[in-house]
Write a protein that binds this ligand. Structure first.
Ligand code: GLA
Length: 733
């Protein structure tokens, strides 16, 4: 039982809800049968102070009948609404369009709990992505009313006890007579009873995704938001708040994320009372939703976790949760080693070349050659053809199906690149349907990589795309799709919407993108999707619902990758982190670089991206050995628990380990990016090693006791950078 609801007598808090996960506890109460207040989120304990302590402050409006016992402006709120005394950032703002008023007051009516969860219904096209329930999942549903507008608000708390995660979303139903507009819609609010917390977030750009930023949040409002129509390279919805002294394995930390790939908002506010409010939801600058009488809107899902023992624990909670409840089931017995054509040939591909390339892949033990961009329409460069999803006849003289059949006869699997949300103005699709591209009235649309964005909120566009992809790929046994998205949304205006609904266009677009993902998955239930957006521009839980892995970055330079990969592991499991050994700076013919590229790449599912046909026999032999070595560790990489030890952001080194659930097998990695004449010594402490157990390193043959590993293996830096050491530690019987 994770959720307990109790009615209290002779107390200002008339009802109390306690939510328990494996290691955490969340407590909320209903003040005077009217207002949901937050009481506690932290370590699971009987003695935790979950009492209600009103905070009295002048200049705070109050209800005469409650007096200073309940002040909206100072209380810890479960879901603050705009306009009735809480001056801090609000979770919801609803405007009654008959009066123009945006004041609401949502008061408690009732609540219930049940096993499992409800699906999240999108207003168009079916579902939004959300976490799948299992036998332990329970949900608390609370219903609140705003009597003036007649709006009914449902707050959902879905509990995943094993992962220490609580997922939250809301539904607003307009049960009144007048049309209302939902102008701010947050999925989660948490009022933390302290300030002086560190915020860890990731920022970046194309080729430098998820750079780690950590600073103490000061008084006022802090917003991390995307207005790009994608979660983006520049921002990421995952944030961690922690004690300023918190390290990987010490100190309390909270994690938050959003199961959505479009515009989002993480909003923090520290107020006069020294509390930190956290809100996670839809980006409020590019969203509103009109609800006629009887209509409803459901938000995407936000997730939160609490960890008493450090930032690493927040990451592991999210890793476990994502693997178990978000990601699609593993499509194959083992994750295929991909060989991608992009950095090998860019647009200069044809069927014959791809056949040779695929045969080359099979020869060295790679499982899945991927034909990247350039196989369709007039797409010989990035200026034309996008949108025309028909294989170019000159490249495949006897057709795509016959080509794929030949390729698969030589190897095992085969994959192909698509970018369905986009169109080049120089394409048959755009010439036929210019009105399908997002563009503001009277304005010349901005291009980015010579392309425009299709209005996926228009069902005709989604139908067209699923139809053409269905026809072109009909009966062809693809095992993999790389789904790309190479620009952000501008001129967001949908030609099928009336003026008063234009602020819905971005959200509707995202719903259409998810719908097309579902249709492609339904057409190819046995294939996996690798998501991509100019590298890792949509590295988020929404995409992970449909994609087994994500192309982490277009930057394949191993030193840069240590930073990008470190940052990606903060919120996301390494199983999603597609890592290629690439031919950057002709590195594959330099044994030191080829080795370093590989050591960096086996932080996640391994792949290659290079011209295998031009590789020397020596390089090919090395790659064959690398794949064999990766296979020997794959179970730990894809299923083990992940611990970060050294951060490249702090010391130019990345060290981490994977450990099996029973702690009897450990894969430890040390990656040194730069030269170090001082030969600095680092201690790599394996806190999960079992005391009283002896571990043998299968690489060096050395043995270590569990105690020694817990005290730390010493590693001396090499004078030269690009230095990598691994230990594969296996417990002796
Ligand atoms: C994006 C991707 C690359 C490649 C190109 C093709 O940049 O991130 O991996 O697929 O598009 O145009």
């Amino acid at each position: 039982m994770s959720i307990t609801i109790t009615t209290l007598k002779e107390s200002k808090i008339t009802k109390q809800v306690v939510i328990r996960t494996k290691n955490t506890m969340y407590v909320l109460g209903i003040f005077a049968d009217r207002f949901p207040v937050h009481l506690y989120y932290g370590k699971k304990s009987r003695s935790a102070d979950t009492g209600y302590h009103p905070f009295e402050r002048a200049f705070s409006p109050y209800y005469p009948e409650c007096g200073w016992d309940y002040m909206p402006n100072t209380v810890e709120s479960e879901y603050p609404y705009f306009g009735m005394g809480d001056f801090r950032a609000s979770a919801i703002r609803v405007r009654d369009l008959s009066t123009g008023s945006d004041v609401t007051e949502f008061t408690f009516r009732k609540m219930k709990k049940y096993k499992g969860r409800v699906a999240i219904q999108a207003p168009i096209y079916g579902e939004l992505p959300y976490a799948e329930a299992d036998e332990d999942t329970e949900t608390l549903e609370m219903i609140l009313d705003d009597t003036v507008t007649g709006c009914e608000l449902h707050l959902f708390y879905t509990v995943f006890p094993e992962s220490d995660v609580i997922a939250r979303h809301m539904t607003l139903i307009n049960k009144g007579k007048n049309t209302v507009s939902l102008e701010k819609c947050m999925s989660l609010c948490l009022d933390i009873k302290r300030d002086n917390l560190d915020l860890i977030s990731t920022y970046g750009g194309h080729g430098r995704e998820r750079m780690v930023d950590r600073h103490t949040v000061s008084y006022g409002v802090h917003r991390i938001t995307s207005r790009r129509g994608a979660s983006s390279h520049m921002e990421n919805p995952c944030i961690i708040l922690c004690d300023p002294k918190a390290s990987e394995e010490r100190g309390e930390a909270y994690g938050f994320n959003f199961v959505y790939s479009g515009d989002f908002l993480d909003e923090l506010e520290i107020d006069q009372t020294g509390k930190t409010r956290v809100l996670v939801g839809l980006g409020d600058e590019t969203f509103s939703w009109r609800l006629e009488a009887g209509e409803s809107f459901t938000s995407p899902e936000a997730v939160m976790t609490y960890a008493p023992n450090g930032i690493g624990e927040v990451s592991r909670n999210f890793h476990r949760f994502t693997r178990k409840h978000i990601l699609p089931p593993e499509p194959f017995e083992r994750r295929p080693v991909v060989l991608n054509s992009w950095e090998a040939f860019y647009f200069n591909i044809d069927g014959k070349l791809m056949e040779d390339f695929s045969a080359g892949a099979a020869e060295v033990g790679m499982d899945l050659p991927v034909m990247d961009d350039g196989w369709f329409g007039a797409r010989r460069h990035d200026r034309a053809g996008l949108g025309d999803w028909v294989a170019t006849p000159e490249l495949f003289p006897d057709g795509l199906a016959a080509f794929v059949e030949r390729v698969k006869a030589k190897g095992d699997k085969f994959g192909i690149w698509i970018e369905p949300e986009m169109v080049n103005p120089d394409s048959d699709l755009y010439r036929a349907h210019p009105e399908w591209a997002l563009s503001a009235p009277g304005r010349v649309p901005l291009e980015s990589r010579n392309q425009l964005v299709l209005d996926m909120g228009n069902p005709a566009v989604v139908d067209y795309l699923s139809d053409i992809l269905g026809k072109t790929f009909n009966g062809i046994p693809f095992d993999y799709f790389k789904w790309d998205m190479n620009r952000h949304l501008t001129g967001v205006y949908s030609n099928i919407l009336p003026p008063e609904r234009q602020k819905e266009a971005s959200f509707r677009h995202m719903c259409g993108v998810y719908e097309l993902f579902r249709r492609l998955r339904a057409m190819f239930p046995n294939a996996m999707i690798e998501n991509c957006s100019g590298g890792g521009g949509r590295y988020d839980l929404g995409m992970m619902k449909y994609s087994t892995q994500i192309w982490t970055s277009d930057n394949t330079e191993p030193v840069d990758r240590t930073y990008i990969q470190y940052g990606s592991t903060l919120g996301y499991p390494v199983t999603t982190m597609s890592c290629h050994v690439a031919n950057h700076d002709s590195s594959i013919e330099d044994p030191r670089k080829l080795n370093y590229g590989f050591r960096v790449a086996i932080n996640g599912p391994l792949g290659y991206e290079l011209n295998i046909l031009a590789a020397s026999e020596t390089a090919k032999a090395t790659m064959s050995e690398q794949i064999k070595e990766y296979r020997a560790y794959e179970h730990l990489i894809l299923r083990g628990d992940f611990y970060r030890l050294l951060s490249p952001f702090e010391c130019g080194r990345y060290s981490y380990y994977f450990v099996s659930e029973d702690s009897r097998e450990i894969l430890l990695s040390y990656l040194q990016n730069f030269d170090d004449a001082k030969k600095t010594v680092y201690k790599l402490k394996i806190s999960r090693a079992l005391p009283g157990v002896t571990y043998r390193d299968t690489i060096s043959g050395k043995t270590y006791t569990g105690e020694e590993l817990r005290r730390g293996i010493e590693v001396e830096s090499d004078e030269k950078g690009l230095y990598a050491v691994m230990w594969h530690l296996v417990a002796e019987a």
